[in-house]
Design a protein. Sequence first.
Length: 145
Amino acid sequence: MNNNSKNKKNICWGIIGCGDVTELKSGPPYYKIEGFELSAVMRRDKEKAADYANRHHVKKYYTNADALINDPDIDAVYIATPPDSHKLFGLKVAAAGKPCCIEKPLAPNYADSLQISQAFEASKTHLFVAYYRRSLPIYKNKRMD
């Protein structure tokens, strides 16, 4: 996280890819959980990015992922784009030294997943994958026979 984070109350998150998955399931935690603040979103379509930011009370919106990733006010990034772009954005977030949560799956294949994981390990930065379903009772009680 950036140096300013140590003096701030909230972790300022940015979301890359503010489509359907972020509307009800994964977006709200980034502004409803204590200690989190959704500070910026990115979507290639400017009108849709502005609309999302307005509806969710987000201060900034971008049409370029690099601008969000390199925004000094953004402490951590959630990547909610299609899986074939997770490696591209994940490696950029790792290079920026910011913690990251990537929507499942981490990548379309093992090689890309390994490269993403190794990039975060090398940068000594946290990487999370949004495997939220594994904690639901229906999945916790399932046996894998």
